[in-house]
Design a protein around this ligand. Structure first.
Ligand SMILES: [Zn+2]
Length: 418
């Protein structure tokens, strides 16, 4: 491919995404994700030590096989097509697409590259899968690496992580969105338990969901819960409820536990891993990179909702940032034919956090974090006949967040699928 062809291809990348967001996101589907967590009586495996981050000086790009000549191009479709394993010089790509506010920042781990746009501050570091987007940690599929002195990013990350973020075109909920909130667990499945009181996770998720519903309903939004009381509900049933309601968005609510370990704390947010990308964590489940699911058709929107809700929750609660992650074992997300994310609102195995979660005022903050991210516009829908503004409705201006405290190689904190 000639240099001119490559440059044209990079420009087409951004144009394609702009068109896709402007035309395609009007009918948004938000998806709820549910999970089955291990019972507290079953001791969870001890946490593996964090994987050391490779020194940037030796973070050379791995050699990838040469693709067939007829397919030797970057695939642009935001679907489940394979993206060819290529490394793209990040600064060249930014400059080609008119993103010129780049800064190299030296730190103890080498030279990071900081990109600033009117709404985005994105920092990528060599040898580190954790990117910082507006102060929030986002796990990439591959660590950026250095090739001929340039920081390079993998094409899967470029298309599935970086481009959706820097394009700054958020998905837009329709005028009368249907949002399904899924309180995790219920009935015979209690989830995990508070280390202080022994109260089950299923109680806290249901209360959190009700509070979110109240807040969004006050704005005129149609919000449904997959369960409104303490009943058994399988993961397929939760997905089917969203399908029957033709939901625009699905959000599954959970709390974490690593009992009998007490230290881990904070909020983490999940969405389904795009095809071709390694998951942020697998929890001993198979992580087949060639596999795709119906929800992978919403990869960019999944990431948008994940980062928006995650950041909003950190802002309202002040909780520790355990970053936005991708996983394939979240079976409640996989069949969703709409954007879908899963929120972990804190650790019931951490005494300090368990005490906060037990406080109704704190759960109200958790509800406010979700509601503010989804619908920060104050006028009720009934008072407005126009569609919500794309950027102001879905991308609220938020104060900067501190850098995430969790490394990209976060320990597996749960032992069973969701
Ligand atoms: Zn759970």
């Amino acid at each position: 491919m000639s240099r001119a062809q490559k440059r044209r291809g990079l420009l087409l990348d951004l144009d394609f995404w702009r068109l896709g967001f402007q035309g395609g996101w009007l009918a948004l589907g938000l998806v709820l994700a549910g999970c089955r967590t291990a019972r507290i009586e079953e001791p969870l495996p001890s946490l593996p030590p964090p994987t050391p981050v490779a020194a940037p000086a030796i973070a050379q790009c791995p050699v990838v096989p040469e693709p067939p000549a007829e397919t030797n191009r970057i695939t642009l479709a935001p679907t489940n097509e394979w993206l060819l394993p290529m490394w793209v010089p990040w600064e060249d790509w930014c400059l080609t697409n008119g993103l010129k506010d780049l800064k190299r920042v030296s730190n103890g781990n080498g030279t990071s590259v900081e990109l600033t746009t009117p709404r985005t501050r994105l920092i990528l570091s060599p040898g580190n899968r954790l990117a910082a987007w507006n102060g929030v940690g986002i796990n990439l599929g591959y660590s950026p690496c250095v090739q001929r002195g340039q920081l390079c990013v993998h094409t899967v990350d470029l298309h599935k992580s970086l481009l959706p973020l820097v394009a700054e075109l958020s998905p837009v909920l329709p005028e009368q969105p249907v949002i399904v909130i899924d309180p995790g667990h219920g009935g015979k499945d209690p989830g995990c338990f508070s280390v202080l009181s022994g109260r089950p996770e299923k109680d806290f998720t249901l209360d959190w969901a009700r509070r979110i519903q109240r807040r969004l309903a006050a704005q005129g939004l149609q919000v449904h819960l997959t369960r409104t009381n303490d009943i058994d509900l399988s993961l397929p049933q939760r997905a089917e409820i969203a399908h029957q309601l033709n939901a625009d968005l699905f959000i599954s609510l959970h709390f974490n536990s690593v009992y009998p370990t007490y230290e881990p704390a904070g909020i983490e947010t999940y969405c389904l891993t795009p095809k071709g990308m390694p998951s942020s964590l697998t929890r001993d489940f198979e992580d087949d990179l060639t596999q795709s699911y119906p929800n992978n058709a919403f990869d960019p929107a999944n990431l948008h909702y994940a980062v928006l809700l995650h950041r909003s929750l950190l802002n309202t609660t002040g909780a520790r940032d355990r970053t936005v992650k991708r996983a394939r074992f979240l079976s409640v997300l996989r069949p969703q034919q709409r954007p879908a994310i899963l929120l972990e609102g804190g650790f019931l195995s951490n005494p300090t956090e368990a005490r906060r979660i037990a406080d109704p005022n704190y759960r109200e903050l958790l509800a406010r974090g979700v509601a503010n991210a989804l619908w920060p516009a104050k006028p009720a829908i009934a008072q407005s006949s126009r569609l919500p503004d794309k950027t102001s409705a879905m991308t609220p201006a938020l104060p900067p967040q501190p850098a995430p405290e969790t490394p990209a190689t976060s320990p597996n904190v749960m032992s069973s699928p969701r």
